[in-house]
Design a binder for this molecule. Sequence first.
Ligand SMILES: CC(C)(COP(=O)(O)OP(=O)(O)OC[C@H]1O[C@@H](n2cnc3c(N)ncnc32)[C@H](O)[C@@H]1OP(=O)(O)O)[C@@H](O)C(=O)NCCC(=O)NCCS
Length: 185
Amino acid sequence: MIADIDLGQGLRLRTLTTHDVALVVEATGTETARALWGPHPAGPYTPQDARAALNAWDPAAGGQVSYGMLEHDRLLGALGLMVDGPRSAELAYWVRPESRRQGLALRGINALTRWTHDELGLDRIWLEINPANTPSLRLADRAGYQYEQRLPHHCRAWTTPDPDRDTWHDCMIWGHTNLTTSPAI
Ligand SMILES: CC(C)(COP(=O)(O)OP(=O)(O)OC[C@H]1O[C@@H](n2cnc3c(N)ncnc32)[C@H](O)[C@@H]1OP(=O)(O)O)[C@@H](O)C(=O)NCCC(=O)NCCS
C-alpha cells in the first residue's frame, strides 16, 4: 500500500505515515468542515488530533491508508483507501480549502485509481457520496466513476461519537472497475 507517484508540475502523491503530523496540522488550518480522516469533527486538527488520525490510518497496520498530494513540503490534499475485500477498496478525498478548483482532486483520483488497479491488483474501487455534495458527485463523474445506487440512511454525519444519536443520510455509491482484469467476453 506504499505509493510515491510523480503527478508532474511539482506535485507528488505519497503515502502518509505517523511522521506527517505537522503536515496535517498545517493543511487543515483553514478547514471549517471535516477533512479526510474521519471521525474527527469539523475544523482544524491539533497535533494530538493529527497523531490519532495518522495512527488510525497507519500503513504498517494495513486496512486503511491515506495518501498526500504534496507540493514541495506542503500538503495540498489527501486521498484515503479503505480495503474492504480481497479485491475491493473504498476511496475518499479531500483538498484543503484554498487549493480547490485547481484540478488537484481530479489528478489525484485519476493517478490513485490507476495505481490501485495496476499495482495493488484491486478490481473495484468505490465511493460513498452525500447526495447534497455536488462538487464530489461531479468529480466522481469527471474521474470516470459510474453511479451504481442510492442507499437510504446509510452514511453517518459524525455529529456525535454515539451512532444511535447521530444523523444518518442517504449515500450515492459510485464504482470504478478495472476493465483490463474483467473476464473476457
Ligand atoms: C470535492 C473536492 C475533493 C474537490 O476537489 P478539487 O480539487 O476542488 O476538485 P477539482 O478541481 O479536481 O475539480 C474537478 C472537477 O470536479 C467538479 N467540481 C469540483 N469542485 C466543484 C464545485 N465546487 N462545484 C461544482 N463542481 C465541482 C468539477 O466537475 C471539476 O471540473 P472543472 O473544474 O473542470 O469544472 C473538494 O471540494 C473537497 O475537498 N471538498 C470537501 C471534502 C469532500 O467533500 N470530500 C468528498 C467526500 S465524498
